[in-house]
Design a protein around this ligand. Structure first.
Ligand SMILES: Cc1cc2nc3c(=O)[nH]c(=O)nc-3n(C[C@H](O)[C@H](O)[C@H](O)COP(=O)(O)OP(=O)(O)OC[C@H]3O[C@@H](n4cnc5c(N)ncnc54)[C@H](O)[C@@H]3O)c2cc1C
Length: 424
């Protein structure tokens, strides 16, 4: 164990994805003099690298970048990025609000490269309280790099933004760890080495990732036979019509937070079709055309198995057998590879904060994104992307980044001011 930085920093951010990158920018633009560090497990900045499927576009306007909804004049805007890259005029000529995912990742990496207070290849493995008598005065964070070296850092405050954990349904427990069953979060890097001509592949799910992977596999030179397996009757379109889209406006956070718990739950259920188990309408049309053209040619390489539930999975030699229940009853199908496009889960219990749970007084963050902790626990812990039940659907998305990060930056600044005054 090396204590590379025995200094107690004002704030450490866990994760350096878009959420904490937006926070780094907000802190910089507020000219705070806080000592800060961001820790990320990846070897370099990358936004969902295994889903950089060629041709995939952003699902929000480029104006929902890291800053513009707070300050359209910020130097960290997507437009300023385009200007720096010499593509502003050509981007305008494309007449779109939706850059490719690859270009948005390049924008985020461009912004991230302007910060030296991020340490990559640093997976935070645990956070432990540092006590003075009965008080928790600050926190120790342990990180591990790919070589297995453990390092410790100390912070007065934390901002947790590690994104979601890939969801692996119980049905697939028996094949967890089998390299022929991969989650969408590992898709691009894992699929290529496994692909061989004429394989059978199952894609499980009905959302955007499942549809993108199904379309991508259908175009691969290896010509795999691909089944997209979904419980629903059809792939459903995501609703991004203007009135509905207003739920993602940053000023909706206050409104949503003020609702009663039952009303919030009902609102999330009502609006699930904006984000969950839905697919962009143009991709749905592309898949429909693909299946139609295949039919014209008399081929049957690609299939949509709707109203089909997977109720068991097991390894059989080099294959994976799936127990399916569909319109024609129950049967078993074997595949060379299974891709789980089953989404992500966000839960604080079981996260790197597990050692702090005895001080946590409520399971949900406050309106200011701070976790409620008991008397005697001095550090402030803010969370980004873990407040959907209380703050609304945009919490896990890009729409609120510019403003949420600024609210947290402001709170961090106020905390530093009050502890400096207390020390005088
Ligand atoms: C394929 C895909 C496409 C998407 N497209 C859109 C879109 O178009 N529009 C939209 O609004 N939303 C989109 N989303 C939703 C997505 O959640 C947000 O875009 C965004 O990534 C959230 O940022 P984040 O920083 O909170 O989380 P993440 O982007 O997941 O970043 C979390 C970071 O934390 C790091 N990390 C995790 N655990 C640790 C640890 N223990 N120690 C150190 N580092 C850690 C990870 O390496 C990662 O870099 C998409 C999601 C996916 C999966």
């Amino acid at each position: 164990m090396t204590d590379t930085n025995p200094e107690i920093l004002d704030m450490i951010g866990i994760g350096f994805g878009p959420s904490n990158l937006a926070l780094a920018i907000a802190l910089k633009e507020r000219n705070t003099s806080l000592s800060t560090l961001f820790l990320d497990s990846k070897p370099a900045f990358a936004w969902h690298p295994d889903m950089m499927i060629p041709g995939a576009d952003m699902q929000v306007s480029f104006l929902k970048d890291l800053v513009s909804l707070r300050d359209p004049c910020s130097g960290f805007s997507f437009l300023n990025y385009l200007q720096h890259k010499g593509r502003l005029s050509r981007f305008i000529n494309r007449k779109t609000f939706f850059p490719s995912r690859e270009e948005f990742n390049d924008y985020l990496a461009w912004a991230a490269a302007q910060f030296t207070n991020c340490r990559y290849d640093s997976r935070v493995t645990k956070v432990v309280p540092v006590m003075l008598g009965q008080r928790v005065t600050h926190l120790a964070l342990e990180t591990k790099d790919r070589a297995g070296t453990t390092t410790r850092h100390f912070a007065r405050n934390l901002v947790l933004a590690p994104g979601g954990a890939p969801y692996w349904p119980d049905t697939f427990d028996a094949v967890h760890g089998n390299d022929r069953v991969i989650h969408a979060c590992d898709y691009l890097s894992h699929v290529q080495p496994l692909l061989k001509p004429d394989q059978r592949i199952a894609v499980i799910g009905a959302g955007q990732s499942a549809a993108e992977i199904f379309a991508d596999l259908s175009e691969r030179a290896e010509q795999p036979q691909v089944d997209m397996i979904l419980r629903a009757r059809a792939i459903r379109p995501s609703d991004d019509t203007p009135f509905v889209n207003e739920v993602f406006d940053p000023d909706q956070t206050n409104r949503f937070h003020a609702l009663h718990a039952d009303e919030r739950a009902a609102a999330l259920r009502n609006l699930a079709a904006t984000n969950y188990a839905v697919t962009d309408a143009d991709l749905i049309a592309q898949i429909y055309d693909m299946l139609y053209e295949q039919d014209v040619r008399g081929h049957n390489r690609l299939a949509l198995r709707s109203e089909t539930k997977v109720f068991g999975a097991e390894a059989r030699g080099d294959q994976i057998a799936l127990r399916l229940s569909g319109p024609n009853g129950q049967h078993i199908e074997t595949y060379d590879m299974v891709v789980l496009a089953t989404g992500y889960r966000r839960a604080l219990g079981g996260s790197v904060l597990a050692n702090l749970s005895r001080w946590q007084t409520a399971s949900t963050p406050r309106r200011d994104y701070r976790l409620p902790m008991s008397e005697g626990f001095d550090p402030a812990i803010f969370v980004q992307g873990y407040s959907e039940p209380t703050h609304g659907l945009s919490d896990t998305l890009l729409s609120v980044l510019a403003l949420r990060s600024d609210e947290i930056a402001q709170s961090l600044g106020e905390l530093a001011t009050s502890s400096a005054m207390a020390a005088e």
